[in-house]
Design a protein around this ligand. Structure first.
Ligand code: SAM
Length: 278
């Protein structure tokens, strides 16, 4: 039996917002769009009006049945009953021996899958161009935050690495039924054709771990956080070494993690990685 509470089934009840989301996605006839979690089809209906081919992936078999009845006459809609996180874009879009080029991903994303979905998007980025996502407001704020913002953290830095991130608009919680606990935000992620810094894929896990250390003590300076992570808060030698590295890299020694850009984090990470002992 499916635990429906975990599926975040808060359905959009505003036609105006559904239309606005479809317009913001700027979908054209001939595009292929993957819709994540179509629910009862509030967004799907507007996406279909664009003339694009819609591949809608819904985990709940009851809703899939409902969608199949509702949109029985639609030639441009494929409904797939599955967990999006177990799917690949190439498998979803494979037709005969042809793979369509997917341009867009769209969805009103339940909170329970936001983090794994971002990982999924990063993994699948060669196969799509843009994602327009409605997310819980706080999560969206963390995803699109820039330096000097209280929401800026590991998630923002990693998202910045792979995507151009853009706020689109906020949606009040009473635009959904049942009414969720918090408001939502629509954001746009555009896959970068070329990364702005030369990151090797195999370095990403340790870079992410490094970012966790940097942001672990938000009120402390970066220097203090690094001292803690390298295990010697009281060691003068470690402190001097770290101070030297920050100075060499032209990074202010009293800086806090939330003030560093992606490029600065990466330079610092590579520099620390090269050190034989700290
Ligand atoms: N798009 C609809 C709307 O705006 O009214 C429904 C949005 S509702 C917030 C989220 C939808 O995602 C639900 O229909 C839920 O069953 C579906 N869902 C949850 N987890 C999913 C997953 N892992 N894969 C595919 N669909 C999922």
């Amino acid at each position: 039996m499916m635990n429906k509470r975990r599926l975040g089934q808060n359905f959009l009840i505003s036609t105006r917002i559904a239309r606005r989301i479809a317009q913001t996605a700027a979908i054209r006839a001939g595009d292929t769009v993957i819709e994540i979690g179509p629910g009862k089809g509030a967004l799907t209906r507007h996406l279909l009006k664009t003339g694009a081919r819609i591949i809608a992936v819904e985990i709940d078999p009851y809703l899939v049945q409902l969608l199949r009845e509702k949109f029985a006459s639609e030639q441009n809609l494929v409904i797939i009953n599955d967990d999006i996180l177990t799917q690949s874009i190439s498998a979803l879009t494979h037709q005969g021996n042809q793979t369509e080029s997917v341009t867009k991903i769209i969805g009103n994303i339940p909170f329970s899958i936001t983090s794994p979905l971002i990982e999924w998007l990063i993994h699948e980025k060669p196969f799509f161009h843009q994602a327009l996502l409605m997310l819980q407001k706080e999560f969206a704020a963390r995803l699109i935050a820039s330096p000097h913002n209280k929401d800026y953290g590991k998630l923002s830095v990693i998202a910045e690495l792979y995507f151009e991130r853009k706020f689109s608009f906020d949606v009040k919680k009473n635009m959904f039924y049942p009414v969720p606990k918090v408001d939502a935000t629509v954001i746009k992620l555009t896959v970068r054709d070329k990364l702005t810094i030369p990151v090797q894929n195999n370095a990403i896990p340790s870079f992410e771990e490094f970012l966790i250390h940097c942001f672990a003590h938000r009120r402390k300076t970066l220097l203090k956080s690094l001292q803690v992570s390298y295990g010697g808060k009281k060691s003068a030698a470690l402190k001097n070494k770290l101070l030297g590295i920050l100075t060499d890299l032209n990074i202010k020694t009293n800086i806090r993690a939330e003030q560093l850009t992606l490029a600065e984090f990466w330079t610092l990470f590579k520099h620390l990685d090269k050190q034989e002992s700290l």
